[in-house]
Design a protein around this ligand. Structure first.
Ligand SMILES: Cc1cc2nc3c(=O)[nH]c(=O)nc-3n(C[C@H](O)[C@H](O)[C@H](O)COP(=O)(O)OP(=O)(O)OC[C@H]3O[C@@H](n4cnc5c(N)ncnc54)[C@H](O)[C@@H]3O)c2cc1C
Length: 393
C-alpha cells in the first residue's frame, strides 16, 4: 500500500514549509515529512529565540556560492517585503535591530506557527518523526520508503538543510540524494561559526573571556565591522561569525581594532594632546581597558606618547589597523549557524530550483551551495527558494 501525492517535501524547516505552502496554493497535494520529533527546530532557536526572519537590504551580494548569480532570480521574485507582508497578515509584531535585520518582538515559534497555519490553509500535510530511505525514480515520479509507509509523488523537493547543529536534526541526507541522482557537491564546511585559538595565541587572550569590542575583521577580500567577543576557546561575536565564512585554516585574517578611525592621525593627535600619557591608557579610551593593556603587554610597547618616534607611531598605527589573528580552526558544525557549500548549483535551474538531470527533483534552502551572511539572509534565501520551487513543483 502506498500513498500518492503530487509533491513530497523532505524536511520541514524554513525552506520545506515555504515550498509546501507555495505549491499548496496552486492546488497541488503536498506532504512534508521530517525525521525530527518537531518541525522548524532551527527557526525556533534562531535569532536568540526571536527569529531574525529577513533582512531588508537583501541582495545577491550577501551570499556565498561557487555561482554568485544563482540566487538572483529567486531573491528577485520573493523579496523581504513579501515575507514582511505575510508576517503582518498574521499579526506578528517585529522590529529592526540593526543593519536591516528584522526580528520578532515575541518568540520565534510565531514564525513556525505562521508557516504551519499557511500550510494547513492550503491543505498541505506535515508529518514529523518520519525517517526516509533513499528515494527511487519510478515512472514519471519518485517512490520513498519511510517509517510512515511508502510514498509516491510526481515532484520531490529536497529541503533537508545543512550539517550545522546535528542535535537539531541536521543530516547529510540531502547531499546523498543529490549524489545518487548524479549531482556534484561543492565541499561543505562550517560557516557563521566561532573561531578557535590554540597555544600561545589562546594563552594570550583566554583570561579576557567575556571582553567585547568593535572591530573590522577582514579576510580574502571581505570585511565586516561589528562586535567581537573573546571566549575561553577563541573568538566569537558577529564580526567573527561573518568573517568565518570567508576564512579557511592558514588564511591571513586581520582585525582593525580602531574601525572607522585613521589610526595614524588619531595617535599623532593623542601624542600632541597628552604627551605624558602611556599608550595603554590612550587606547583604553576607545576599547576595553583590559584588552588595551594586553595589547601593550604582548604586541605593542607601552610608554608615554612623547617617547614614540614618528616611525614607531606609524608601526603602532599599522598594527592596530591590521592586527594579525592566528586562528587554529572553527568550533565546527556543533555551533555553526550554517553550512557553506552543498549541492552544486550548476545543474539546478535558478528559476525553478529543479534538477537539470532529473525532472521533478528540486533542491531548496541551505542544502544548496548558497549561504548568506549573518542577519536574516539565510531565512530570506529559504523563503525565496521555497516559493520558487513551490511555483513549479
Ligand atoms: C542557532 C542558529 C540560529 C540561526 N539564526 C538565524 C537567523 O536568525 N536568521 C537567519 O536568516 N538564519 C538563521 N540561521 C540559519 C537558518 O536557520 C538556516 O539557514 C535555515 O533554517 C535553513 O533552512 P532549510 O529549510 O534549508 O534547513 P533547516 O531549517 O535546517 O531544515 C531542514 C529540515 O530537514 C530535516 N531533515 C534533515 N535530514 C533529514 C532526513 N534525513 N530525513 C528527514 N528530514 C530531515 C531537519 O530535521 C530539518 O527540520 C540560524 C541557524 C542556527 C543553527
Amino acid at each position: 500500500m502506498s500513498e500518492t501525492w503530487d509533491v513530497v517535501v523532505l524536511g520541514a524547516g524554513a525552506a520545506g514549509l515555504m515550498t509546501a505552502l507555495a505549491a499548496g496554493r496552486r492546488g497541488r497535494r503536498v506532504l512534508v515529512v521530517d525525521h525530527a520529533n518537531k518541525v522548524g527546530k532551527k527557526i525556533l532557536m534562531s535569532g536568540g529565540g526571536h527569529c531574525n526572519f529577513t533582512n531588508t537590504g537583501t541582495t545577491a551580494a550577501q551570499y556565498l556560492s561557487a555561482n554568485p548569480h544563482f540566487c538572483k532570480s529567486a531573491l528577485a521574485r520573493y523579496t523581504p517585503q513579501d515575507f514582511i507582508d505575510l508576517v503582518d497578515a498574521h499579526g506578528i509584531a517585529w522590529h529592526e535591530k540593526e543593519l536591516g535585520q528584522l526580528f520578532c518582538d515575541g518568540a520565534s515559534r510565531q514564525i513556525v506557527r505562521l508557516l504551519l497555519d499557511e500550510a494547513d490553509g492550503v491543505g498541505a500535510q506535515v508529518r514529523a518523526h518520519c525517517s526516509v530511505q533513499m528515494p527511487r525514480r519510478v515512472d514519471g515520479g519518485f517512490r520513498l520508503d519511510t517509517t510512515l509507509g511508502t510514498l509516491e509523488c510526481a515532484s520531490l523537493v529536497v529541503a533537508t538543510g545543512g550539517l550545522s547543529i546535528p542535535s537539531m536534526g541536521a543530516s547529510g541526507f540531502g547531499y546523498e540524494i543529490a549524489r545518487s541522482f548524479g549531482h556534484a557537491l561543492v565541499p561543505t564546511r562550517a560557516g557563521l561559526v566561532p573561531l578557535t585559538l590554540s597555544g600561545k595565541h589562546q594563552e594570550r587572550l583566554a583570561d579576557l573571556s567575556g571582553v567585547a569590542l568593535d572591530v573590522e575583521a577582514g579576510c580574502n577580500g571581505a570585511s565586516f565591522r561589528n562586535r567581537m567577543l573573546i571566549t575561553h576557546r577563541g573568538l566569537s561575536g558577529p564580526a567573527i561569525l561573518q568573517i568565518s565564512s570567508y576564512w579557511q585554516p592558514g588564511d591571513d585574517l586581520r582585525l582593525d581594532l580602531l574601525p572607522g578611525r585613521d589610526a595614524a592621525a588619531w595617535l599623532k593627535a593623542q601624542q600632541v594632546e597628552r604627551p605624558g600619557t602611556e599608550l595603554k591608557n590612550v587606547l583604553a579610551e576607545v576599547m576595553p581597558r583590559r584588552f588595551a593593556q594586553r595589547l601593550c603587554e604582548v604586541w605593542l610597547p607601552n610608554r608615554p606618547m612623547r617617547q614614540f618616534s614618528p616611525a614607531h607611531l606609524q608601526d603602532t598605527a599599522a598594527l592596530l589597523q591590521a592586527w594579525p589573528l592566528v586562528a587554529s580552526g572553527t568550533e565546527g558544525y556543533r555551533t555553526a549557524e550554517v553550512t557553506l557549500g552543498g549541492v552544486d548549483t550548476r545543474e539546478v535551474s535558478s528559476r525553478t530550483l529543479e534538477s537539470q538531470r532529473t525532472p521533478g527533483l528540486y533542491f531548496v534552502g541551505e542544502v544548496l551551495d548558497v549561504t548568506g551572511w549573518l542577519g536574516g539572509y539565510n531565512f530570506q534565501w529559504a523563503w525565496a527558494s521555497g516559493v520558487a520551487a513551490g511555483a513549479a513543483a
